[in-house]
Design a protein. Structure first.
Length: 186
């Protein structure tokens, strides 16, 4: 791992550990104003966003954010022809460090925003994983936040990778939505 990079993950999940419905779409029922404000502020502070094809933040500042998008459509690393602030990266053809170098990222905070396989790639590298939970939402047959869910909970998977929970913060008291920082080395 590049020592000058801090790697943080962000996801909101339903009570059953899903980040999207069966159609791989985040439903409105999993969107909460408090979590949106938390997520937006975190991405505004990040120096680089990393995500897969289906994960994106769709926010007013999105076009201004430097990003790496994972794809199998290229051999290794390339500039994104549709976005001058984006790098395309195929992990089968190049390392994360090489993709960061190509993107001009040598230090700072990297925000990993999904999807499930992207989250899994960084499980042993997160400094902090911010797990937001919507305990009153269920998405039967939905897309799990990590490979291995629902057989194991998101918390069990994070703990299995050496992350420990910190104090939860309430983001939306009316719906019980909270965020818990899972940190390495506590």
């Amino acid at each position: 791992m590049m020592p000058a990079l801090r790697i943080d993950g962000y996801v909101i999940v339903s009570a059953d550990g899903m980040l999207a419905n069966a159609a791989r779409v985040m439903p409105d029922g999993l969107k909460f104003e408090g979590d949106k404000l938390f997520f937006t502020a975190a991405l505004d502070r990040a120096d680089l966003i990393v995500h897969g094809r289906h994960s994106h933040e769709e926010q007013p500042n999105s076009p201004r954010r430097k990003r790496i998008r994972l794809t199998r459509s290229i051999n290794a690393i390339a500039a994104d022809p549709g976005n001058p602030r984006a790098t395309l990266w195929n992990p089968a053809g190049a390392s994360f460090e090489a993709a960061c170098e190509f993107a001009g990222m040598r230090s700072g905070t990297v925000a990993i925003i999904g999807g499930p396989n992207v989250f899994a790639m960084f499980m042993d590298r997160y400094d902090t994983f911010w797990l937001s939970q919507a305990p009153r939402v269920r998405l039967p047959g939905g897309e799990p936040c990590f490979p291995g869910v629902p057989e194991r909970s998101p918390q069990q998977i994070l703990a299995a990778h050496g992350l420990k929970p910190g104090e939860a913060k309430m983001l939306d008291s009316a719906d019980g939505v909270s965020v818990t920082p899972w940190r390495r080395g506590l």
